[in-house]
Design a protein. Structure first.
Length: 174
């Protein structure tokens, strides 16, 4: 602590906090601008845009792809949650329903990590449900196949039971 007392109460500290906050807001805006530019470049230059941009500016192609996906998912200011970070939007953008996850983040007060985990858990539940559905479909096909085979066999056995044996017209000479 300084000689002046609590640093939080000084005008200099408050000015520094205001500047820090402004820089954070500018960073968010810069990320949105990068995302919008990456999306426009992808439309203009095609599929290899992410790798071309990445090699020119020194970031990963995955980062550029995430920027593009985020701008696609939230193309206008009205679709973006002002109270959530760009990172929230970036995480939600790779889900099947980005807007739903942004709304859940607002309602639940999710941190970026909580949002990531909620989406992951949802994907796991969906994957498990899909796996169960595929198992049920396969089991049903096997039961149907069994029933067809059983019907075929029981029909054949029934025919044998009701068929009189053929008798030779001439007795065999023994």
């Amino acid at each position: 602590m300084s000689e002046q007392g609590d640093p939080v109460r000084t005008a200099d500290f408050q000015a520094d906090i205001a500047r820090f906050t402004t820089l954070m807001e500018q960073e968010q805006e810069t990320q949105w601008q990068q995302a919008e530019l990456a999306l426009a470049m992808a439309a203009r230059y095609g599929r290899r845009t992410a790798s071309m941009v990445a090699s020119e500016v020194g970031v990963s192609a995955g980062y550029v792809r995430h920027l593009i996906a985020t701008a696609k998912a939230f193309p206008k200011d009205e679709t973006r949650a002002k109270d959530l970070s760009f990172s929230h939007h970036r995480i939600a953008a790779v889900s099947k329903d980005p807007q739903k996850w942004i709304e859940r983040s607002i309602e639940g007060g999710y941190s970026v990590e909580q949002l990531r985990e909620a989406i992951r858990s949802s994907r796991d539940r969906i994957a498990q449900a899909d796996q169960a559905r595929r198992f049920e479909e396969r089991l049903l096909r096997l039961v149907e196949e069994y029933n067809r085979e059983y019907t075929s066999i029981t029909g054949f056995v029934a025919e044998l039971a009701f068929t009189e044996p053929e008798v030779d017209a001439e007795p065999s000479a023994a």
